[in-house]
Design a protein around this ligand. Structure first.
Ligand SMILES: [Fe+2]
Length: 264
């Protein structure tokens, strides 16, 4: 059975062109990622960006992101994260679908089923939120998908992952989201950004994948609440292969030049 390929990129953290963030050039990192995707995964049905598109939510950063993504050969859809600014994002990407309340939430259809894109941003804060309006929208979206499996993708995790510095900026009040999820049986997989690390497991019986960022990573510190320790560890993005039976998630380092050469 031929699988549908979906690419997931997260936490690109762009700033102004040529700017350096945590010792790295986020635009150069995103450009390398897009080159790798175009070279090896141009057959993917869709590329999803799971938030923190920019580091500072500035117009200059969104312009920089806009310029970078112009090189991507795939159809793409964008989510926002805690480092984004919802209004400036919507001005920069007015074609992005939003729900009736202006949250950056929508569905993306693929040959392997629908992805539901959620907005977990809590303006002015780094921790995430999921309010009654967003929960009602998700409940209706899942209801419309009754009888077929869907994937959820959001920026913030709604549960603790055992890294205290990240757990304090998760969705702090996840009960509304939990209630909607527990009200449906058709969610096959969840994807998240925010943690700048590869993490996998299950929540409420649903498998999930969290992916590395393209710029700076987060150190595995299971002890301290503060600060968040960043590193120059390997960047990564996700390649998802899906059919009726399988969800397979590969993580690829776009800077892995030697291996990339071998594949050509
Ligand atoms: Fe981030």
């Amino acid at each position: 059975m031929t699988a549908t390929k979906i690419v997931i990129v997260t936490d690109t953290h762009l700033i102004e062109p040529d700017g350096i963030l945590h010792g790295l050039d986020p635009r150069a990192r995103l450009d390398a990622c897009i080159r790798d995707i175009n070279t090896h995964h141009g057959d993917a049905a869709l590329c999803l960006f799971a938030g923190d598109l920019t580091d500072d939510g500035s117009d200059a950063a969104y312009e920089n992101f806009h310029a970078a993504i112009g090189a991507l050969d795939l159809p793409w859809r964008l989510l926002i994260g805690n480092h984004d600014h919802r209004e400036r994002f919507r001005q920069s990407f007015p074609e992005t679908p939003v729900d009736d309340n202006g949250f950056v939430q929508s569905m993306a259809e693929t040959p392997a089923g629908a992805f539901i894109l959620l907005d977990t941003v809590n303006p002015g804060a780094h921790h995430g939120a999921f309010c009654e309006a967003r929960a009602a929208w998700l409940d209706a979206a899942l209801e419309r998908c009754t009888g077929r499996k869907v994937c959820l993708i959001m920026h913030h995790p709604p549960f603790e992952i055992g890294i205290p510095s990240l757990d304090r900026i998760r969705i702090l009040e996840p009960d509304l989201l939990r209630g909607v999820i527990e009200n449906h049986t058709n969610i096959r997989h969840m994807f998240m950004g925010h943690v700048h690390r590869p993490v996998s497991g299950s929540w409420l019986g649903i498998p999930y994948t969290m992916l590395p960022a393209t710029n700076h990573q987060v150190v595995l510190d299971l002890e301290n609440e503060d600060p968040i320790y960043f590193s120059h560890n390997h960047p990564g993005y996700g390649i998802v292969l899906m059919d009726d039976e399988r969800v397979v998630v590969h993580t690829q380092d776009p800077m892995e030049e030697a291996a990339a050469d071998n594949r050509r």
